[in-house]
Design a binder for this molecule. Structure first.
Ligand code: HEM
Length: 181
């Protein structure tokens, strides 16, 4: 997993909780990287799960809730860092551009990026995003999608259906975005 995800996560922990908690979770986790991340570097995605598990133990919040909150926060950070990806879009067209356009650019920039796929299917009253990955980040996807709905301020209701996958729990899900009447 790219270092930018880790650096953004640790900055969020410092902002939403404290610097002490950020230091504490790094110290208590058994990390190959020792918690030293650069945005261009690549680290095992297990380190992210380890850090979130430690944060959960420290704060009492559920792991899945913390990952969703991080996803929502990350969407805002992506908007600050890469506004061009958002320009001229509504919520649906933005989310439909993630798989081919946004993550396509990410792949060009970081050829070793490990990205999920999102198939978007148009429905009568909204659309469905089908998330598939080799890594268990459906909660992160949910937070990012929720963040996009908030960002574009459109009246979509978000529902999730977890799917079975050979890659294990959290690696496949359908997200239903339904326009509220
Ligand atoms: C400007 C917007 C975005 C940028 C720049 C961006 C960039 C990235 C980058 C750099 C990674 C890490 C890849 C790696 O670790 O190798 C990543 C992973 C991921 N992205 Fe995006 N992304 C954006 C928007 C979104 C949105 C809106 C969604 C949800 C619909 C999304 C879903 C994910 C997920 C779930 C992962 C985790 C990896 C996995 O599930 O296998 N991204 N993205």
């Amino acid at each position: 997993m790219k270092g930018i995800v880790f650096t953004e996560f640790l900055e969020m922990v410092e902002d939403k909780f404290s610097e002490e908690i950020a230091d504490k979770i790094i110290e208590s986790a058994n990390l190959e990287s020792k918690g030293i991340y650069t945005s261009m570097g690549t680290y095992h995605h297990g380190e992210m799960l380890e850090l979130v598990t430690r944060l959960s133990a420290e704060t009492g919040a559920e792991v899945s809730e913390l990952v969703r909150v991080f996803g929502e926060h990350l969407l805002g950070r992506f908007h600050d860092m890469y506004p061009a990806f958002f320009k001229g879009h509504n919520c649906q067209s933005f989310l439909a551009s993630v798989d081919q356009i946004i993550h396509g650019e990410v792949r060009k920039l970081y050829p070793d990026a490990q990205l999920p796929t999102f198939d978007c299917i148009e429905e009568a009253n909204g659309f469905v995003m089908h998330y598939q990955s080799r890594r268990p980040f459906a909660d992160l996807a949910e937070g990012l999608i929720y963040g996009a709905i908030k960002h574009f301020n459109e009246p979509f209701q978000l529902n999730r259906q977890n799917l079975d996958s050979e890659h294990g729990p959290g690696t496949a899900a359908k997200f239903f975005l339904t326009r509220e009447p």
